[in-house]
Design a protein around this ligand. Structure first.
Ligand code: KMH
Ligand code: ZN
Length: 273
């Protein structure tokens, strides 16, 4: 089996310091959380950024500052900005970090309810626009899958030339409005992928570690972090994103799966030959 790529989603756009005081907002806090994750074994940082007061932003300048600060502490880590941003942002805003030509960025492949009255909008034309921009900037997309239909959309757009193959997917499972975090649904997603694909699994809340374990034993990759879950175990807040990554490393070691370095992750994802 390939080595395990661990992605740390350190910040997100929805989780706050009220959920867990260790959620990073400032450039320094974001760089520190990235470093603790990297030191623990993460090779990819899935990055959202905030203003100092915690307000989510897609500002290119803020991303630039955070990326520079992360690179000082983690020179070889893969940085994957979000183009999802937060619910309600325009396409133009969301695409801002792609202008920096990062190695990777997320590509959300469908619209879904996001709890209450929130709708996370990703129309077909938006996905085409985002895919085209990523091809132009030579950015590898990570296709975010909140439901099975998003795999089908990515495959249609791959055929039409808006997404390059092989596609790397991230199954984000257990969002209120998306597919559940049950094992049956994970197997359904995984078995729907063409053979050359790679995929990572992010379980929301209590699904984080059970789905990480399922991904480890089935040859997938894993995402953990405060964006998805702030608890290290039931009722106990994690002290840092690093602590969540350490737990995945422990599970992987017990199950005989080695952890990929950033260079190994680049090879697995086709970022380098
Ligand atoms: N914050 C969510 C609305 C992504 O990073 O591409 C979208 C999200 C997905 O987090
Ligand atoms: Zn995200």
């Amino acid at each position: 089996m390939e080595k395990l790529i661990i992605t740390a989603a350190i910040c997100g756009a929805e989780v706050t310091k009220e959920n867990n005081p260790a959620v990073p907002y400032t450039v320094e806090e974001i760089a520190r959380e990235a470093y603790l994750s990297y030191k623990a074994g993460a090779s990819i940082i899935h990055l959202h950024v905030r203003e100092d007061d915690g307000k989510p932003t897609q500002s290119r300048e803020r991303y630039q500052k955070c990326i520079e600060a992360i690179k000082i502490k983690c020179p070889d880590v893969i940085i994957q900005p979000s183009t999802g941003g937060s619910v309600g942002m325009s396409s133009k805003e969301r695409l801002e970090p792609v202008e920096l030509a990062p190695e990777m960025a997320t590509l959300d492949c469908g619209t879904l309810n996001f709890g209450g009255d929130e709708i996370f909008i990703n129309t077909e034309n938006m996905i085409k626009e985002f895919g085209t921009k990523m091809i132009e900037k030579n950015v590898k997309p990570e296709v975010e899958v909140f439901d099975k239909s998003m795999i089908d959309m990515a495959l249609r757009l791959e055929k039409k030339g808006f997404i390059k193959s092989p596609i790397h997917y991230s199954f984000v499972m257990g969002v209120n409005g998306g597919i559940s975090g049950e094992l049956r649904d994970f197997l359904f997603l995984k078995e729907s992928l063409p053979g050359e694909s790679t995929y990572s699994v992010a379980g929301i809340g209590r699904y984080e570690f059970p789905l990480a374990t399922a991904a480890i034993i089935s040859g997938g990759h894993v995402r953990v972090g405060f964006e998805d879950n702030t608890y290290i175990e039931k009722g106990v807040l994690a002290k840092s994103n690093g602590e969540l990554v350490e737990k995945v490393v422990r599970i992987a070691k017990e199950l005989g799966r080695e952890i990929a370095t950033p260079t190994e992750a680049r090879k697995i994802l086709g970022l380098i030959k």
